[in-house]
Design a protein around this ligand. Structure first.
Ligand code: C5P
Length: 234
């Protein structure tokens, strides 16, 4: 009797590195750098929530008037443009990086992110991006709701004062004063509270406290974890 043919090797899914954490914990800049080091693409799920918010603002400036259906209708113009090392959100053909970080979007984004069907819409876009290419994704629930089987899961934390200082350094390109840092710390802590329900740490995620780490050190640790996962899955 002929021997049975060996089963065809299972088609491997592209590797996912999921980085979660609170506002201004350095997720996106770290994820971008990690993606470059590994030759993966970066997907910033927060930027997608921000892009949907910008699209909703373009249709109706008063966020109190928005229904979930309005926001989903606005999301129809949002797409992810694949680049060499990232997927960038676009409104139609327009690049919108500056607008996404602006005060109007930041004030309304937590409201949008609480809408269950908007979360499903964002999650579907992120999963589509990850289906064909290895990715580094960052957000609040990437290692839990979106990619529960991600092979590398990281949860970044940092002291709120330090997070506020880093954010202002980036924004002002100078050293912020203590008063400025205190005000920004307050804003960050309030946003953390608004986002609490959707910020989930997977129990198996590696916790990295970046308060006393340089960005280079954070990146090195995550790249090492990803390389080890890649070796194990060969
Ligand atoms: O990461 P970033 O601060 O740009 O995210 C903007 C907002 O998007 C967060 O304040 C949060 O409300 C929402 N968000 C989320 N789930 C994610 C990523 C972001 O609810 N996975």
């Amino acid at each position: 009797m002929p021997l049975p043919k060996p089963a065809a090797p299972e088609r491997r899914r592209p590797l996912v590195v999921a980085i979660d954490g609170p506002a201004a914990s350095g997720k996106s800049s770290t994820a971008k750098w990690v993606a470059k080091e590994l030759g993966f693409r970066h997907v910033d799920s927060g930027a997608l929530y921000r892009a949907v918010t910008a699209a909703a603002l373009a249709r109706q400036a008063d966020s109190q008037e928005w229904s979930e259906d309005d926001v989903l209708a606005a999301a129809a113009v949002v797409r992810l443009e694949p680049g060499e090392t990232s997927f960038e959100p676009r409104l139609g053909d327009a690049a919108i990086d500056d607008e996404l970080r602006g005060a109007a979007v930041t004030a309304a984004v937590s409201l949008v992110a609480k809408m269950p069907r908007v979360r499903e819409w964002v999650n579907a876009r992120v999963r589509e991006a990850a289906a064909g290419h290895p990715v580094v994704v960052d957000g609040r629930d990437m290692g839990t709701a979106v990619f529960p089987r991600a092979r590398v899961k990281i949860f970044l934390v940092a002291d709120p004062w330090e997070r506020a200082k880093r954010r202002l350094l980036q924004r002002f390109e100078r050293l912020p004063t203590d008063e400025e840092i205190a005000e920004e710390t307050d804003a960050l802590v309030r946003r953390d509270a608004k986002d609490e329900s959707q910020t989930q740490r997977a129990p198996e995620a590696v916790l990295i406290d970046t308060t006393y780490l340089t960005q280079e050190q954070q990146v090195e640790r995550i790249v090492a974890l990803a390389r080890s996962a890649m070796r194990l899955s060969r």
